[in-house]
Ligand binder design. Structure first.
Ligand code: SF4
Length: 444
């Protein structure tokens, strides 16, 4: 007999909250993830929107306010934020631009101060720039409680899962556009679910799981023919450029249209890495037994449990696409970038590339902004990594907003991947939706 009937309640922030009545804009970095994060903000009663889709005007406006020395994502995000500021009726006092930051080894830490400076110069100094810090796993949302931080993490993981389903299905669809439509429908379902979800953590988890199971059913009904003909290309690289279709000129779609399937590194991977870095830095500072360390460990543990709960709904779908654990990726990176001297995205790029080679990928594509420090260091290491892993082809694709003959480069690269495929030492594991007969026929 049920003694206490659960009643769903969603707690909203009140008008005394410092962000109440304002609109938070988040850079539209990754298809799906940013919409889901905005839904999490609406869940607590705040208005939130992704920045409008990037376009030629983004580059014009961003280019006008950057010198050319900044990294390409700084130009894109600055352009997109300034486009909002140029809209009629723009109210700086009621606007918040979210721009995370870090102390890390590269220029990312300069994005938020740079944005503040440009806004001031353009007479929009009243715009608040909200910066979560990579040093705390991007969890230091000032003015937000733990419930929001946990929900934000859950939606990031859920959106990663939807993107993974999309990338696994789209190359094999027999009805053009069906996988993209399914992705959009599932994302709308996820956003609505999170926005209406209960403040009780377990109850919210049930709703999110149900939403993901509905997405799973939708993807299963996409008309598709899963065969083993397509080379599997692992996608690594700088997080913004890798995930932002505008910045990378839709590289994944172009690879797919020339016959590949892509397996992309998730956003959750990077947040997991920053959590581990936080713990490492506390240890190095002699703060092993500190409140900060307890908080960091607790957060990592809770996040890991939530991620595991959501991903475990997809064990069969993701067979052969299992994500490396952080420890595994770091261990694989260590021969190339010794701990603790090297840190940042390059470590995850290298570790994941080795992992992909060990799991039957036919090639690795690194997507990075032109002159990205992480991309340049990774590029210097790839030839050795390729030699160590039976000659797997690794190709850097750099982007700076200029047009290039990308399709021709992709064609040449995929030829290398196909030729490696015939001689690679490790076969990939295919999930059950690939029939054995089709896979064997493809293998010849
Ligand atoms: S990761 Fe690369 S592109 Fe991003 S801020 Fe650092 S150097 Fe620039």
């Amino acid at each position: 007999m049920q003694l206490h009937k659960h009643r769903c309640v969603t707690r909203k922030v009140g008008s005394d909250h410092p962000l109440y009545g304002k609109t938070v804009y988040i850079p539209d970095m990754a298809e799906g993830s940013v919409e889901a994060l905005c839904a999490a903000l609406r869940w607590i009663g705040l208005a939130a929107r992704p920045t409008p889709l990037s376009d030629v005007h983004t580059l014009e406006v961003g280019g006008k306010h950057t010198s050319g020395d900044e990294c390409f994502p700084a130009r894109v995000t600055t352009g997109d934020f300034l486009k909002i500021a140029q809209q009629p009726g723009f109210d700086a006092k009621r606007t918040i631009f979210m721009m995370p930051t870090t102390d890390g080894p590269c220029r990312f830490g300069q994005y938020a101060p740079f944005l503040r400076k440009v806004l001031r110069e353009q007479g929009h100094g009243d715009v608040q720039v909200l910066s979560t810090h990579g040093e705390h796993g991007y969890s230091d949302f000032k003015d937000f409680d733990n419930a929001f931080v946990r929900t934000a993490w859950r939606v990031v993981v859920a959106a990663d899962i939807l993107r993974k389903l999309l990338l696994q299905t789209r190359p094999y669809e027999t009805l053009i556009g069906a996988a993209d439509r399914t992705f959009r429908d599932s994302l709308a379902d996820l956003c609505q679910t999170v926005e209406q979800s209960c403040s009780n953590s377990a109850c919210q988890m049930r709703s999110l799981s149900d939403s993901l199971l509905r997405a799973r059913a939708r993807f299963h009904s996409v008309p598709a023919r899963f065969d083993g003909h397509r080379p599997l290309i692992g996608i690594v690289g700088e997080i913004f450029c890798r995930l932002n279709n505008f910045s990378n000129q839709d590289l994944v779609r172009r690879l797919e249209s020339q016959g590949a399937e892509c397996w992309m590194a998730d956003i959750a991977e990077w947040i997991g890495y920053t959590n581990a870095e936080e713990a490492r830095n506390l240890r190095l500072a002699g703060r092993n037994y500190s409140w900060a360390m307890i908080k960091s460990k607790l957060r990592s543990r809770v996040q890991f449990a939530d991620e595991h709960a959501l991903r475990s709904l997809f064990v069969e779908d993701f067979e052969g696409y299992e994500e490396p654990s952080l420890e595994e990726a770091l261990k694989l990176a260590r021969p190339y970038l010794p701990f603790p001297g090297a840190e940042g995205e390059m470590v995850m790029n290298i570790g994941r590339s080795a992992y992909l080679a060990l799991h039957g990928a036919d090639g690795i594509a690194d997507i990075s902004p032109f002159a990205c420090m992480n991309g340049v260091v990774s590029e210097a290491i790839y030839p050795k990594l390729s030699r160590d892993y039976a000659g797997i082809p690794v190709r850097n694709f750099y982007f700076d907003g200029q047009q290039s003959d990308l399709d021709c480069d992709i064609g040449i690269y995929l030829e290398l991947a196909r030729s490696y495929r015939g001689k690679k030492p490790r076969e990939r594991v295919y999930p059950g939706r690939f029939s054995r007969r089709n896979v064997e026929m493809a293998a010849g």
